[in-house]
Design a protein around this ligand. Structure first.
Ligand SMILES: Cc1ncc(COP(=O)(O)OP(=O)(O)O)c(N)n1
Ligand SMILES: Cc1nc(C(=O)O)sc1CCOP(=O)(O)O
Ligand SMILES: [Mg+2]
Length: 207
């Protein structure tokens, strides 16, 4: 399997956002990974149609396509894998659904859950909230770079993708703490120029 990309662009599911436009701009700027994430209330039909469009774009650009939560949509559009968290299928079940070759991410907020997720078949971990964010409600207190690093140290060899409130200026301290890469929504979706924002993030996350 090719190494996981270090910059994950997550589609912005908030009302009024041009999720496909921002994703297309990010891919054109070199984003290596896109995670399709739609609102909980979105129907499977609409999620499938959106994911299929993103999948086509990722193929055009040679990027990895992951689907958040809805593994049936991941399979249906031929995505490279999926991402699950506490409200989704357990990691071991997700691995059985996606198969041994798929990329499978799991959200972890502490060392114990990180070790368990890796033992159950996760190929990378999404670790956060690294910082506070206005993009998603109901999150626990921010871990900070040190907290992200503590989780990464518990799972040597498994890529840790830091998430929440990540900006290009914050990538350096996250990488120094042990994060392999970062995932962003607002840093690209809310940027005046999503392509330029992607290039800045890419430069920051590239070793
Ligand atoms: C890279 C990455 N990390 C964490 C998450 C959050 O997933 P989850 O906890 O399942 O929450 P929702 O995204 O489903 O609201 C993620 N999507 N990606
Ligand atoms: C989808 C998601 N999951 C998080 C977690 O900590 O589990 S934070 C988050 C949203 C991240 O958006 P932004 O880059 O705009 O802060
Ligand atoms: Mg989820």
């Amino acid at each position: 399997m090719a190494p996981l990309g270090r910059l994950h662009i997550i589609t912005d599911s908030r009302h009024g956002r041009d999720a496909l436009g921002a994703t297309a701009a990010a891919l054109a700027a070199g984003a290596p990974v896109v995670q399709v994430r739609v609102a909980d209330e979105t129907t499977d039909r609409l999620a499938y149609e959106f994911a299929a469009q993103v999948r086509r774009l990722t193929i055009e650009h040679g990027a990895t396509c992951l689907v958040n939560d809805r593994l049936q949509v991941a399979l249906a559009v031929g995505a490279d894998g999926g991402h699950v968290g506490a409200d989704d299928l357990p990691v071991a079940a997700a691995r059985r659904v996606l198969g041994p070759a798929a990329v499978l991410g799991a959200t972890c907020r502490d060392a114990a859950s990180a070790r368990a997720a890796v033992a159950d078949g996760a190929s990378y971990l999404g670790v956060g909230p690294a910082y506070t964010t206005a993009t998603k409600a109901g999150l626990p207190a921010a871990l900070g770079p040190a907290g992200v690093g503590a989780v990464a140290a518990a799972v040597p060899g498994t890529p840790v993708i830091a998430i929440a409130g990540v900006t290009a200026a914050r990538v350096g301290e996250l990488r120094a703490a042990g994060a392999y890469g970062v995932a962003v929504i607002g840093a690209v979706s809310e940027a005046a120029d999503p392509a330029a924002a992607t290039k800045e993030l890419l430069a920051a996350v590239t070793p």
